[in-house]
Design a protein around this ligand. Structure first.
Ligand SMILES: Nc1nc2c(ncn2[C@@H]2O[C@H](COP(=O)(O)OP(=O)(O)OP(=O)(O)O)[C@@H](O)[C@H]2O)c(=O)[nH]1
Length: 533
């Protein structure tokens, strides 16, 4: 079936636009995007390369394609006829170049050779066959500049040459060549059709301006503008980073060493005879539900008031107009009239998970022992929990910590073994106090450790490997959750486009740089906020 063409219509400018460029740079896809309104996802595109030429006959046989060829640019009605060509350098394209109105010269933004050939081969060929035809330079496959190239290479055909990061061309590379050749430059991606309209509208402009020079009597061409500059491409937002929590530390101190060298601790267990065991909430809470519950308990101001504790006011920086909405960590919400709590008593609970420790409170030992929450009915082994100023075991500076007072049957060494298990997933089977470890594990509801002890006593210690494996999987998931929710975070990294809450203990355990940063040798070691370059 032949369809009526536009050649004979008055005031419709038919424009022959020839598309040339190396093999596989994206000529056919670009034509299909304009002529057939074809959009494909990046992976559909990658999975298929058919080295074909889009048939010009489509305008004759397909009504829809013919209709899409019609357009109005700068008030001129046009019919755009796109001619696809072979990318093969040795093919004869003189038939295509004949009577062309504009040439769209394509290269791939992921193939530097194709840009080199623009200068060395394509532009000279165009100038040879149609010296007066305007040319527009187009960098195709723009989406690859921002794509995950590993994923793209995996999705490409097995024999396709992988795209290296160094293959990706910048906008300047294209602009430089275009400037040298004195032609306009555009970038396109057929994913989401970026730039497709820019290329062809401006190719039409270039063709119409050239025609206006020759056919000056055509008054309807007087409003045609020179090819316009392209608006910049807004790169897609990068996907959120994949959070990977290694089971075994790559470097840094490792969880076990961190437990025994208690850097940046935020919880202390008070045992009989004044013994203290320091630890890190994030490690305990992500390995044991009982500790998770404990550290997310909320201390209500009203309860604290019942304890009849009245804070000293002179320390409070919020008294004289502090930050609205911030929690005054010194008054801890008790009977405080400062702006930070808006004086609203009883509605300003202080969660134990609040990680406003460290520097903000150092040197203010004003929170008295005695307030907090009774835990005797909450769990076996626990007496009370509260927030208090405690001397940091490493820096000897006063720091606000969660203080957990334990019952007398909880003894230092076996408790340490339980806590070490919560850091590492391991239990030393040669210990002589395994029964006491089991008792504490049971009280703290660390049932997998209880089972480990039973396995050792039953001479089935080999089964503990599975428990350790499951421990790490479970803990990694909980750490991911804490990271995504910022729970128990005690440091905030400020980067260009926002801020990321993090956990000093996790960073220290896995990275020597972080150990150096938080060890206390720098002023910033105590800061809760880090500005990243
Ligand atoms: N990611 C991405 N891939 C593209 C884009 N355009 C084309 N491709 C892919 O690049 C490969 C080549 O595309 P074609 O349009 O067939 O290239 P061509 O220049 O016509 O190739 P020849 O016919 O061999 O001259 C195909 O696998 C396309 O799917 C694009 O904008 N983005």
């Amino acid at each position: 079936m032949d369809i009526d063409l536009d050649y004979e219509r008055p005031n419709v400018e038919t424009i022959k636009c020839v598309v040339v460029g190396d093999n596989a740079v994206g000529k056919t896809r670009l034509i299909c995007a304009r002529a057939c309104n074809a959009t494909l996802t990046q992976y559909q595109l990658l999975a298929t390369h058919v080295p074909t030429v889009w048939a010009i006959d489509q305008y004759r046989v397909c009504q829809e394609v013919l209709e899409r060829s019609r357009d109005v640019v700068d008030e001129v009605s046009v019919s755009l006829r796109l001619w696809d060509t072979f990318g093969d350098h040795h093919k004869d394209r003189r038939f295509a170049y004949g009577r062309s109105d504009v040439v769209v010269l394509c290269f791939s933004l992921a193939n530097p050779y194709s840009l080199r050939h623009v200068k060395s081969m394509w532009f000279p060929e165009i100038k040879h066959f149609c010296p007066r035809t305007p040319v527009v330079l187009v960098g195709c496959q723009l989406d690859l500049r921002y794509a995950d190239l590993d994923a793209v290479n995996r999705a490409r055909r097995p024999l396709a040459k992988p795209i290296k990061p160094t293959d990706i061309l910048s906008p300047e590379n294209g602009h430089e060549v275009a400037k040298e050749l004195g032609i306009p430059y555009y970038e396109t991606s057929v994913v989401a059709q970026f730039g497709v309209k820019d290329v062809f509208d401006n190719a039409i402009r270039a063709a119409l301006i050239s025609r206006r020079h020759l056919q000056f009597w055509k008054s309807h061409l007087k409003k045609v503008q020179r090819p316009l500059l392209q608006a910049p491409f807004l790169p897609p937002k990068p996907p959120p980073p994949i959070i990977h929590t290694p089971d075994q530390p790559q470097n840094g101190q490792g969880p076990a060493a961190l437990f025994y060298t208690p850097l940046c601790t935020d919880v202390v267990f008070q045992l009989q005879r004044g013994q203290k065991v320091f630890a890190h909430k994030v490690y305990l809470a992500t390995a044991c539900s009982k500790f998770y519950e404990l550290f997310t308990l909320e201390l209500c101001a009203s309860e604290l008031k019942e304890k009849n504790w009245s804070p000293k006011r002179d320390h409070c920086p919020f008294q004289n107009g502090g930050t609205q909405g911030a929690t005054c960590t010194k008054c801890v919400g008790v009977d405080c009239q400062c702006e930070a709590t808006n004086g609203q008593l009883g509605v300003s609970p202080l969660p134990l998970r609040t990680s406003l420790s460290d520097n903000a409170l150092r040197g203010h030992g004003v929170v008295p022992v005695g307030w907090g929450k009774e835990l005797t009915e909450w769990g076996r082994g626990f007496i009370r929990v509260c927030l208090n100023m405690v001397e940091d075991p490493l820096t000897q500076c006063e720091t606000l910590m969660t203080v957990v007072q334990m019952e007398s049957f909880i003894q230092g060494e076996p408790l340490r073994a339980v806590l070490e298990y919560l850091y590492t997933g391991h239990l030393d089977q040669s210990r002589t106090d395994l029964m006491q470890v089991a008792t504490i594990a049971e009280a703290l509801e660390v049932f997998d450790l209880r089972m480990m002890v039973s396995n050792i006593l039953n001479k089935e210690a080999f089964m503990n490997q599975e428990i350790t494996k499951a421990f790490h999987v479970r803990r990694a998931n909980r750490i991911k959750e804490c990271l995504s929710r910022g729970l128990f975070s005690d440091v905030l990294f400020t980067v260009d486009d926002g801020s990321v809450p993090a956990h000093k203990p996790l960073l220290i355990a896995n990275c020597d740089w972080m150990v150096a940063m938080f060890r206390g040798a720098f002023r910033e070691s105590f800061s809760q906020e880090s500005n990243m370059p």
